[in-house]
Every structure is written in C-alpha cells, then in structure tokens.
Design a protein around this ligand. Structure first.
Ligand code: HEM
Length: 217
C-alpha cells in the first residue's frame, strides 16, 4: 500500500460542514413536517434553525464550487463523454459493489489524485451537487419567503407543487446519504475512506509489477 493526497483542505472543510448542515436540515425538516408526532424542539425553533442551516449549506456550497472552478482538481469531475467507454466502466463498478466485493475481487478502479472518483461516484456526486443541491436550495428559498416570490411560485404551479418537490428532493438526499454511508465503509478497512476525508490522504494498493505477474504464471 502507499499513500496519495486526494482530498485538498477546502474540499475537506466543505465536506464536513456540509455533512453537519445536511444532518441538521434533515432533523429540523422532519420536526417541521411531523410537528405533533414528535417534539424534540418547538416548531418555531425548528423553522428558524432550518432556515439558518439552509443558507449555511448554500453558502458552503460556493466553497466547493469555487474551489473546483479555480483548481486543476476539477479533473476529478471530468465526465467521460464516450458512452462506449463510460457504460462498460460503470457496469464493471456496479458489478464489483454488488457481487465482486463479496467474492474478494479487487476494486476495478485505480484511484489517482487527478481522477479520485470511479465512474459511479463521479456521476452520483455530480447529480447531487449540480442538480439536487441547487434545486433544493431554490425551492427552499421560495418556501422561505413565499410572499416576495409569489410570482415565481404561481408560475411553477403553486405552493403545494413547490413544497412537494422540496420534500421529494429531501427524500432523494436521505436515500443518497444512506447509500453514501454504506459505500464509504467499503475501503480496505471500515473507516479508511472516512479517515481519508479527514486527513486528505488515502491508502491505495500498489500496482502489481510485471515480475509479480510473471511469478503468478
Ligand atoms: C455524515 C456522514 C458522511 C460521511 C462519513 C461521508 C464520507 C465521505 C467520504 C469518505 C468521501 C470521500 C470520497 C468517497 O469515498 O466517496 C465523501 C465524499 C463526498 N461526500 Fe460525503 N460523507 C458524509 C455525508 C455527506 C453528505 C450529507 C453529503 C451531501 C449531501 C455528502 C456528499 C459528498 C460528496 C459530494 C463527496 C465528493 C466530494 C468531492 O468533491 O471531493 N457527504 N464523503
């Protein structure tokens, strides 16, 4: 094994503040949605906290966005646009997580600082960060001040439609988070990826040398 530096400091700061903010949003969101069913904090406090956490996560998002915009690390999100290359790589990765890993096979993806995400991660993270996050923020802002944004709300089908989209997106976030938490435990040890997101360094396997291959016959 050898260590490589794959998570620069701004990404790590963004990630853990984001995780904290999202967990707070899920908790306060549930408290707002199910007020009366469980009352850990008051409805009013839940609304105030939810609004602050929403703007905090929105501002923090800009740290992630600007870091990648102005850094050569943007390469980690470079999409593979050739479907003949992309889909076989993607299916190899899905096969590995669904079956190969249970048979003790090697992860088919080799992590490098310039390409730290396998095709599954790169696509999922882009959907979360560039589609779900902005949409969730936008619908949240409309609900936050529905009087000022009444025109946009009417144009989009009314308050009910916006609230439903906001709730559906939050279900998608919870789904992503549960899958994310499972997948990040699948490194060479249970906490290896999480440790990597704290220190910036990830331990990766050495490439088998040609003499190893020859020895295997
Ligand atoms: C709460 C516990 C969480 C843990 C332990 C955790 C862990 C990790 C780890 C270990 C990585 C490194 C890359 C990987 O292995 O996939 C990562 C990356 C990432 N996580 Fe999380 N995560 C958490 C919460 C979240 C939440 C709530 C979100 C967003 C909704 C999120 C979004 C992301 C994204 C977008 C990346 C890629 C970051 C980049 O651009 O480099 N994570 N996470």
């Amino acid at each position: 094994m050898h260590k490589i530096y794959i998570h620069p400091l701004p990404v790590r700061i963004w990630h853990w503040l984001n995780a904290l903010g999202i967990l707070l949003l899920i908790f306060t969101g549930l408290q707002i949605r199910y007020a009366g069913l469980f009352d850990v904090i008051s409805f009013r406090n839940a609304v105030v906290l939810h609004n602050w956490a929403g703007f905090f996560v929105g501002a923090n998002f800009l740290l992630w966005l600007f870091f990648y915009f102005f850094s050569d690390r943007i390469s980690v999100y470079q999409p593979e646009l050739n479907p003949r290359k992309y889909f076989p790589m993607m299916f190899r990765q899905v096969y590995y997580y669904a079956w190969g890993i249970l048979r003790g096979e090697r992860n088919p993806y080799r992590v490098t600082p310039a390409a730290k995400f396998n095709p599954m991660q790169a696509m999922t993270y882009q959907i979360v960060m560039l589609v779900l996050m902005p949409l969730q923020f936008y619908t949240g802002v409309l609900l936050w001040d529905s009087t000022s944004y009444a025109g946009q709300i009417d144009m989009l089908g009314g308050l009910r439609v916006i609230a439903t989209v906001h709730v559906l997106l939050s279900i998608a976030f919870v789904g992503f988070l549960m899958t994310h938490l499972y997948l990040v435990t699948l490194g060479h040890s249970f906490g290896a990826h999480t440790k990597g997101m704290i220190t910036g360094y990830e331990e990766v396997e050495d490439e088998p040398s040609s003499s190893d291959d020859a020895a295997k016959g």
